[in-house]
Design a binder for this molecule. Structure first.
Ligand code: DC
Length: 227
């Protein structure tokens, strides 16, 4: 399998693939909260791959590199050390708060559309899974590209206004209209880009979280895992 013409290694542990629960979906669908809760309930590690794209974007802005300048951003992605756990650090600098800033949020789609950045981060995501013996991994291309053999694949959605309402509660310095417009713009870029666009894997289970509590959705995912 390749991304942008690059070959990627398959994740193998011994002779069998590691156990991965893939949770994909657009911004504000509840992915992060659900993925984190599922990981905690199952005692599995959790990886937020969106935070990795945000970390590269943060590093570019910090070094004065235009996030849409493909070559230098690709080189940067290969060079920097990114640690995504409870805290997100970039070359040892705590960027947990900054990666959620409106400035990073505005620029991250351009970085995520860069095929060489995607290649680098996908390699790191597979290495992470191997090092942790699998886990719950959330993003946009986890079930389609990063772990096409994931044990469970969920595509989580919610209707547009509910997604914007949820995000505006997190982005206190932005008005609802701005948040809604930003989500619509990112959805468009993320789903129409050439390199692994956000898509529903053929074998993913589609869960709509509109009007539903997190616990209910978590129970749905746990029931899929139990199957
Ligand atoms: O989930 P998030 O909003 O933190 O993601 C930030 C951006 O990164 C978003 O615009 C989509 C992109 N992304 C991606 O292209 N592939 C992933 N696996 C995860 C995120």
């Amino acid at each position: 399998m390749g991304i942008g013409g690059h070959q990627l290694p398959h994740v193998q542990r011994g002779s069998s693939p590691v156990r991965v629960i893939a949770i994909d979906g657009p911004a504000g669908s509840g992915k992060s909260t659900v993925a984190r809760a599922v990981a905690a309930r199952l005692g599995l590690a959790y990886l937020d791959t969106g935070a990795m794209y945000r970390a590269v974007t943060f590093a570019a802005i910090r070094r004065g590199i235009d996030p849409s300048d493909a070559e230098p951003v690709a080189r940067l992605a290969e060079d920097i050390d990114i640690d995504v756990a409870d805290k997100v650090t970039v070359d040892g600098v705590d960027a947990t708060i900054e990666i959620r800033s409106p400035e990073v949020t505005r620029a991250v789609s351009a970085v995520a559309a860069n095929p060489a950045v995607r290649h680098e981060l996908v390699v790191r995501q597979r290495q992470w899974a191997e090092a942790h013996g699998g886990g719950v991994v959330e993003g946009r291309d986890i079930g389609t590209v990063v772990f096409p053999n994931a044990d469970v694949k969920v595509y989580l959605t919610a209707d547009d206004s509910e997604r914007a309402t949820r995000r505006s509660k997190e982005m206190l310095d932005m008005h609802y209209d701005q948040v809604a417009a930003d989500i619509a713009r990112r959805d468009h870029i993320d789903s129409t880009r050439a390199a692994s666009p956000m898509a529903v894997a053929d074998d993913a289970v589609h869960i709509d979280s509109t009007g539903r509590g997190i616990e209910e959705v978590v129970e749905d995912v746990l029931a899929l895992v139990a199957k």
